[in-house]
Design a protein around this ligand. Structure first.
Ligand SMILES: [Fe+2]
Ligand SMILES: [Fe+2]
Length: 281
């Protein structure tokens, strides 16, 4: 999708959230190989909210450190610059849309849970099949985090119309993006693509967002697209009655497009059953 065509589709009805300057500088530093991790940590340290989240992550059992990490500079060397960027993006998205929690007909927490779970699954699936993916696991995490973020961007700008999209999609049991296109002329997919580009993420992140609902050909042809589409489907069914049948079906897709053994995929999916993920916020 061309940026110009996307902008024409939205007109001036949507304003994309801008990233805080600190996060833009972190993004630019990641792309500049001359900038070291400690320097990226010093940029992050300028923002207390980001620093607090980064320290919490670096000191989590996942990294199993003996000595607690107490500075952002050191934390970046533990979690990596791209994971730091993900934390910073999470912080700014949550802060920007927190006011939507007041809406009576929209469950903001449910969307945040879905985004984080999809991001974590995309990271795990990508790590298990990393040789065949064209994005590293931390960039796949960013894809999961942003794949449906267009929903809150639209909800914020066009609240009544978007709530109507949600109602129609629920009433007709049809995909939300179809209702969005019918009523608004665009969907959360196009908004997400434009946002990923505006935030200067790798183009493959935008591509994974663009095809997370299909077509099947795109999912099968591009492993990073497949990872995000599979993670999205699995996250939607987590805790639901159709989870087991979804795992069986998705295991076949994962084997075909990522070369993941069905047993390895099922083991990974099992982690979702008792998903203990760190919620946004
Ligand atoms: Fe979606
Ligand atoms: Fe989704």
């Amino acid at each position: 999708m061309e940026r110009r065509a996307l902008l024409e589709a939205f007109g001036d009805r949507i304003s994309l959230p801008s990233l805080p300057e600190v996060v833009l500088r972190i993004n630019a530093a990641i792309e500049n190989s001359a900038v070291g991790a400690a320097q990226i940590g010093r940029i992050a340290a300028e923002d207390p909210a980001i620093t607090a989240r980064v320290l919490r992550l670096a000191n989590s059992p996942f990294y199993g450190l003996r000595e607690p990490v107490t500075s952002a500079e050191r934390a970046v060397t533990v979690i990596g610059a791209r994971a730091l960027r993900n934390v910073a993006m999470q912080c700014s998205i949550v802060k920007r849309y927190e006011h939507l929690r007041e809406l009576p007909d929209f469950d903001l927490d449910e969307l945040w849970r879905h985004l984080v779970l999809t991001a974590q699954l995309a990271h795990s699936i990508g790590s298990a099949a990393d040789r065949r993916c064209q994005l590293n696991p931390d960039d796949l995490y960013a894809c999961g985090l942003l794949h449906d973020v267009g929903k809150v961007v639209i909800l914020d700008a066009l609240t009544d119309e978007y709530l109507e999209c949600l109602r129609i999609s629920a009433r007709t049991a049809s995909p939300l993006h179809d209702a969005e296109r019918r009523i608004l002329g665009f969907s959360h997919i196009e908004v997400g693509v434009l946002l990923a580009r505006q935030w200067q993420l790798p183009e493959k992140v935008a591509q994974a967002i663009e095809f997370h609902h299909g077509p099947t050909r795109a999912i099968h042809e591009h492993p990073h697209v497949g990872v995000v589409a599979i993670a999205d489907q699995l996250a939607y069914r987590a805790g639901g009655e159709t989870f087991d049948s979804a795992v069986l079906r998705l295991a076949k897709v994962a084997e075909r497009c990522l070369g993941l053994e069905p047993g390895a995929f099922s083991a990974l999916a099992e982690q979702v059953r008792e998903a203990d993920f760190e919620a946004l916020g």
